[in-house]
Design a protein around this ligand. Structure first.
Ligand code: PHE
Length: 338
């Protein structure tokens, strides 16, 4: 009876107290176990009566225990659900655009204002589109295993490779339609180079193409001049240096006055005050003929730039590897620019 009232009156505060209750009464060294031990020593007469009482008591304790345990569980649940629902939730991290995507978008928008549309092509390319149609001679070093990741290499004409530049998309575009063409072609390109702060085995380019009647080098210069003023700010100077590409004639490389040191000379422009940002030129008549365009009637210009280089200059990023490491501390710095 003493125990019964103790059990009856027992109201645990927490799960620990309830557990201590279980050990005290129902545990392997608990009171009930002891009582059953004692029970073994009594006479047969008493056993009949006591047995019944003991079993009832045991049942009672067990029932009380499981009732308490259940009540406890739901009490805990109640506490949870009565939390203050007006409290602000735990914040969810919002991702940001990758700096290369931001700059690509900006470049495409500038040229869109000049009427350029966007075109894309495959990253796995055949010899024709990456090299032959672009007037690369059979033994040109760019076709060499040194630079190009070949997927299939046999005779040259039916080689398959990862494209080494986006100029391949020019060829595809011109093959598919009729002039005039005015397009920008962004994409990833691959070159077999050791990865360092200044080189990577893949990077991103944007190709530009304009083909129509009477397109001149002056058009090329003015288009690129406008682009630079828009991207790097008014007053940014440009200069063209003669260069060579198999698919353009004449060819040039364009430099801008360094946006970081304002042309005074810094690490980025190697003290010269100028930094190269793209290659360009008038499309070689051989290329136009290769894609079935009458080179007597039409002319055009093309240019190609590396998005990484443009981005480095804009944000003073000095290590190319940052673009592909996905270090959140680097990427977070561009979050506000969505
Ligand atoms: N495809 C050249 C390169 O990857 C760039 C270029 C494009 C030059 C178009 C001239 C015209 O270096």
């Amino acid at each position: 009876d003493l125990y019964t009232s103790e059990i009856q009156g027992f109201t645990p505060e927490n799960a620990d107290e309830l557990e201590r209750f279980r050990i005290k009464f129902l545990g392997t060294k608990g009171i009930i176990k002891d009582l059953f031990e004692e029970f073994k020593g009594v006479s047969a007469e008493e056993k009949r009566v006591l047995g019944k009482v003991l079993n009832q008591f045991k049942q009672f304790a067990e029932q009380r225990y499981s009732a308490l345990k259940e009540g406890f569980g739901s009490q805990e649940k109640d506490q949870q659900s009565s939390e203050d629902l007006t409290l602000p939730g735990s914040g969810m991290e919002i991702g940001g655009r990758h700096p290369l995507s931001l700059v690509r978008k900006e470049i495409l928008e500038i040229f869109k204002r000049l009427g350029f549309v966007v075109a894309e092509g495959p990253e796995i390319e055949d010899d024709w589109h990456n090299f032959s149609a672009l007037n690369f001679p059979e033994e040109h070093p760019a076709r060499d295993m040194q630079d190009t990741f070949f997927i299939k290499k046999n005779s040259g004409r039916d080689d398959i490779a990862l494209r080494t530049h986006t100029s391949s998309v020019q060829v595809r575009l011109m093959e598919q339609g009729k002039p005039p063409f005015r397009a920008l072609m962004p994409g990833r390109v691959y070159r077999n180079e050791a990865i360092s702060a200044r080189a990577h085995c893949f990077f991103h380019q944007i190709e530009g193409l304009y083909v129509d009647e009477k397109v001149s080098f002056a058009d090329l210069k003015q288009t690129l001049y406008y682009f630079v003023q828009e991207l790097y700010g008014e007053g940014t100077k440009v200069r063209f240096r003669p260069s060579f590409f198999p698919f353009t004639e004449p060819s040039a490389e364009m430099d801008i006055s360094c946006s970081i040191c304002k042309g005074e000379g810094c690490q980025m422009c190697k003290q010269s005050g100028w930094v190269e940002i793209l290659g360009c030129g008038m499309i070689d008549p051989n290329v136009l003929e290769n894609v079935g365009i009458d080179s007597k009637k039409y002319s055009g210009f093309a240019f190609g730039m590396g998005i990484e280089r443009i981005t480095n200059l804009k944000y003073q990023i000095k290590d190319l590897r940052l673009f592909s490491e996905n270090d959140i501390r680097f990427l977070k710095q561009f979050q506000s620019e969505i």
